[in-house]
Design a protein around this ligand. Structure first.
Ligand code: NAD
Length: 443
């Protein structure tokens, strides 16, 4: 028997959102709250689309949120409690994908925002994933290696009700790295009784990680900067670059732009930064960090605060640290012609408005740092097929996918007359809305 098509629900018939959740953020707007910023960005993008009201409501809230409070045995024999989260924003286009963050600043609202941005990023890149994010409130630098391993294995066990190669695939983020992913993969595999490499990405290559994954986010940032310089008519050899956050993303992006002939004049980490108008060699700074130094005590250069770095006179500013760095308080002093968002959510909506008036070319986070999830996707595919590609092939695929997404965003900017952030989100949200309606509302 043929099924009757679903009746069209008109705007007037759409029901108000009936979900009541005491953990939901206040509706009062706060520029400091990443989730509040993510929602305002979403509302701005959606205002250019003709979405069904229920679809908009569906995408405004995370699909599911898990909070876990769990004990860890410290080396001293003391038992310490920790709190962690795993949020799935959307499962419409496939399993959820998103990093795990270890930081004392982690909040549920931050994880919600990061999960939502992951949904948009995966859809923008046309990857068959929805967005997720996880986090534990912990300063990993205050734990020994063994304590970190025990915390990771316990957290992985706590969130294993959600995690799986077909359901939710974590990856590294701030404060986590390939070793942490290896412990998660091993913990999950021990519980299953056999190795499940596809349960996480960003693993060491020895256990099913992909060549090129560690560098992928920074490489993607580099590809985007090249495209943006072309649009702005600046040759790479004449471009000066400042980088906030010299971690995984920032340091790789620094080395890439240096190799492309650009002059890196400043870099920073959470404790401070370095500056040289003659330019610095990011390879030397990386070696200095590998030998236990930090960015702020690299010799032969001037020091600079994070605040001053953001407002340096330069062609490209790479924001590769954390959220809310460029806000209504400092956006009017940003002088960079191009802002490359290596981090997630570094610019607030208020700052977006100011930068728009100044004509700053923004490469939005969900495009600029999408190289990471793109190669994570390639890693997952390689794990599922148990067949691995050489690094040249990975980098070629990454470059192609980044260029395709950059081009689509540029076309959408022109078509809708919107900012690049709105354009990127418009493309993503339309794709997800289409998927929701094609799948239908269960039951
Ligand atoms: P990381 O921990 O390797 O590096 C973060 C860097 O930022 C460190 O140098 C840290 O000292 C610095 N930092 C932290 N807070 C700061 C502050 N307030 N001011 C200045 N510097 C500060 O993390 P990462 O993996 O490089 O991630 C950086 C950003 O990129 C995050 O927003 C993350 O969500 C995003 N991102 C990462 C990936 C990835 O593949 N690692 C992918 C996409 C997006």
């Amino acid at each position: 028997m043929a099924l009757e098509p679903l009746p069209e629900i008109t705007e007037n018939q759409a029901l108000p959102c009936a979900i009541s959740n005491p953990d939901k953020p206040s509706t009062v707007r706060s520029e400091d709250n990443p989730y509040s910023n993510a929602l305002l960005q979403f509302d701005r993008a959606v205002s250019h689309l003709d979405l069904r009201r229920g679809v908009t409501d569906m995408l405004r809230s995370p699909k599911r949120e898990l909070t876990v409070n769990f004990p860890v045995m410290l080396d001293s024999g003391q038992i310490q409690m920790f709190t962690g989260y795993r949020v799935h924003h959307s499962v419409v286009r496939g399993p959820t994908k998103g990093g795990i963050r270890y930081s004392s600043d982690v909040t549920l609202d931050e994880v919600r925002a990061l999960a939502m941005w992951m949904t948009w990023k995966c859809a923008l890149m046309n990857l068959p994933y929805g967005g997720a994010k996880g986090g534990v409130i912990v300063n990993p630098k205050q734990l020994s290696l063994r304590e970190l391993e025990r915390l990771t294995r316990r957290y992985a066990t706590e969130i294993s009700v959600l995690m799986g190669p077909e359901s939710d695939i974590p990856a590294p983020d701030v404060g986590t790295n390939p070793q942490v992913m290896a412990w998660i993969m091993d913990t999950y595999s021990m519980h299953r009784g056999f190795s499940v490499p596809a349960v996480v990405t960003g693993k060491p290559v020895e256990i099913g990680g992909s060549l090129g994954r560690t560098e992928a986010t920074g490489r993607g940032v580099g590809f985007c900067i090249l495209d943006a310089l072309k649009i702005k008519g600046i040759s790479p050899e004449n471009a000066t670059v400042a980088i906030q956050g010299f971690g995984n993303v920032g340091s790789v992006a620094a080395r890439m732009v240096h190799e492309l002939g650009m002059k890196v004049i400043a870099a920073s980490c959470s404790t401070g930064g370095l500056y040289s108008s003659d330019g610095i060699d990011p390879f030397k700074v990386t070696r200095h960090l590998e030998h236990g130094g930090c960015v702020s005590n690299f010799e032969g250069v001037d020091s600079i605060s994070n605040e001053d770095l953001l407002t340096l006179d330069c062609d490209v500013l790479i924001a590769a640290a954390v959220e809310n760095q460029i806000t209504s308080l400092n956006a009017d002093r940003v002088k960079a012609k191009i802002l490359a968002e290596g981090a997630n959510g570094p610019t607030t909506p208020e700052a977006d408005d100011i930068l728009k008036d100044k004509g700053t070319f923004i490469i939005p986070d969900i495009l600029c740092n999408a190289g990471g999830v793109t190669v994570s996707y390639l890693e997952w595919v390689q794990d599922l097929q148990s067949f691995f590609w050489p690094v040249d092939e990975i980098n070629r695929k990454l470059q192609y996918l980044m260029a395709r997404a950059f081009e689509s965003v540029t076309e959408t900017v022109q078509r809708y007359g919107v900012s690049s952030r709105e354009a990127a989100q418009i493309l993503a949200i339309q794709r997800i809305s289409d998927a929701i309606l094609i799948r239908g509302i269960y039951p």
